[in-house]
Design a protein around this ligand. Sequence first.
Ligand code: ATR
Length: 272
Amino acid sequence: MDKYVVFGNPIGQSKSPFIHTLFARQTGQAMTYTAELVPIDGFVAAADAFFASGGRGCNITVPFKEQAYLYATQLTERAKLAGSVNTLKKLDDGAILGDNTDGEGLVQDLLQNQVELSGKRILLVGAGGAARGVILPLLAQKPEAVVITNRTIAKAQQLAECFSAYGSVSALGLDEATKPDFDVIINSTSASLSGQLPGLSDSLIKPQMTCYDMVYGSGVTTFNLWARGLGAGKVLDGLGMLVGQAAESFMLWRGIRPGAKQVQRELRRALQ
Ligand code: ATR
């Protein structure tokens, strides 16, 4: 049976085995998917051992995504630009392909929730690894603009420069982002993980907009509570992105696109 795994540290919280097992059942694929805790200095050894034992592909989560980027012998364009890899696949010639499916997972989740991106103005909050990973897939949807805002403006400016050849992308200070002229606001900051707000102006929020928090939890996230309280028309959390990136990885490995909806429903129920 074809073997897949997710590598991380910590790994106990990973929903990937649950998601991929459901995908495999849904699509009738004969495969196993397990989670493996890897010592902090042991990623290369774990990946080598996995592929040597016949493993076909793996997901990589914190803190190994940059190491997986270096481990891959080939990279997709989106992984190159993301600077990190969340999916590895062993190709028939033995090469190890590195991909990053996080951004496409976000885009697919937005589209499945009827959030239009083409011709729209998107405010991306944060300029760390999570932001970097989603910019190219967002630009591929041909928005009017992607504007990156960050507590440390220099990092937003650097990121905007990196992607300037791929579409309309610019940077704005947190205190300069005040006009309600965005259709979608995406929070990629790690502030959410500790229940903090990223420091956006209340004046950005309007009824006919979508606010998306890349994190998720058992209840509504702090950022989404803030946005909803100010009247944002639609708020979404990162559970859909999680299932979306998994679906993209599954597609890369198996060539079949699984359905995300049912899996998302079951995950949401398990979280409550
Ligand atoms: P990740 O890989 O999850 O993106 P990261 O690369 O450490 O993590 O980036 C964290 C991002 O969250 C950064 O944009 C950071 O802002 P700074 O660049 O100014 O550090 C942002 N962030 C973290 N805590 C924040 C807070 N309390 N308020 C606003 N932004 C915050």
